[in-house]
Design a protein around this ligand. Structure first.
Ligand code: HMG
Ligand code: MG
Length: 299
């Protein structure tokens, strides 16, 4: 048995860290993650620098990685619109990720667009990306709840997921943006989406805001999920909950699957080295229990 882990720390993690790192430090982090065995690492995002200053060096970062002769097929980048795609495309980015949400209010705050408006942009991006042979991954945020609207709709989830597949996304990642989901809800949503979609084309993106992410991953795995987004060291935080954890820590996910003898393709010791490197650069510790255990065993 195996699962696929999509490492999103360099993008989803670092976009939520207060400290803005040097481009070279980010590049080195990504190189260390590549050497830990990840096949997919979301490297950065081509968004407005005034909105997400942590990602303002997206161009320099990609140039630096290209100079280091990385395989760009392993480094997707988040792109909100044609402008972002243009810049990413000029650099030679091979895979992009587009994003929307099940919540109107969340989309307005995040991308200044309604759900319908977001699909006007996403359609332009997907159609243009397809012409140059780029792979496109889709994200749906607020699947398990929204910081502004509370409960979100399963009907909207099905509608936006279908639209992302219709536009050519090879995979759609369902996000628990604020870490509010719980295992029974995961099972319910999984069973519902299974009626409509090929679940091998769905990934699951849990934030660990309330410490439930690993339980949610296990619930999804038991239902049949085999692709999970996570962040080295549990980088990041949650803009809606001060002091909270970020994405589920990749170490926790890999450790759990290692113990279950489910292959992730990730070398846990090398992953922890990459996390140590970036955590030191950020001047912070990790809340990941697995990371802490690995470090404790070393000393
Ligand atoms: P907008 O202001 O609506 O865009 O931004 P606009 O088309 O009206 O343009 C306004 C100005 O922005 C113009 O500049 C554009 O050139 C510029 P001006 O002429 O005034 O000087 N602009 C851009 N600049 C750089 N890159 C671009 C770009 N586009 C326009 N791509 C936009 C809309 C979406 C771009 C903006 O709201 C934005 O960048 N928001 C940030 C969104 C973001 O990165 N959010 C976090 C990632 S999503 C996430 O974390 C969730 C996820 O992890 C899953 C989960 O957990 O749920 C994926
Ligand atoms: Mg996220």
């Amino acid at each position: 048995m195996s699962v696929r882990i999509i490492e999103v720390g360099p993008r989803d993690g670092l976009q939520n860290e207060k400290k803005i790192l040097d481009t070279q430090v980010k590049a080195e982090f990504i190189l260390k993650l590549l050497s830990a065995g990840f096949q997919t690492i979301e490297a950065t995002s081509f968004v407005r620098a005034d909105k997400i200053p942590q990602m303002a060096d997206a161009q320099e970062l990609m140039k630096s990685l290209i100079a280091a002769k990385v395989d760009l097929n392993k480094l997707p980048c988040l792109v909100p619109n044609l402008k972002g795609l243009e810049v990413a495309g000029d650099l030679g980015v091979r895979e992009i990720a587009v994003f929307t949400a099940t919540s109107e209010k969340f989309n307005q705050k995040n991308i200044n667009a309604s759900i319908d408006e977001s699909f006007v942009r996403i359609a332009e991006v997907c159609n243009t990306a397809k012409k140059s042979g780029k792979k496109v991954r889709g994200y749906v945020s607020t699947v398990f709840g929204c910081p502004y609207e509370g409960k979100t709709s399963l009907e909207t989830l099905k509608k936006v997921t279908q639209s992302l597949f219709d536009l050519g996304c090879y995979e759609v990642s369902l996000g628990d943006t604020i870490g509010i989901g719980h295992p029974e809800q995961v099972q319910k949503i999984y069973k519902e989406v299974k009626k409509h979609f090929d679940t091998s084309k769905l990934a699951w993106h849990f934030h660990d805001t309330r410490g439930i992410a690993l339980a949610n991953i296990f619930a999804a795995y038991q239902e049949g999920a085999r692709a999970f987004d996570s962040s080295a060291g549990g980088l990041g935080g949650c803009p809606y909950a001060k002091g909270a954890s970020g994405n589920v820590a990749t170490e926790d996910v890999v450790q759990m699957f290692n113990l279950m003898e489910v292959d992730t393709g990730v070398d846990l010791a090398k992953l922890a080295d990459a996390s140590t490197y970036i955590l030191q650069a950020l001047g912070r510790s990790s809340a990941s229990k697995a990371y802490q255990a690995i470090i404790a065993e070393k000393v």
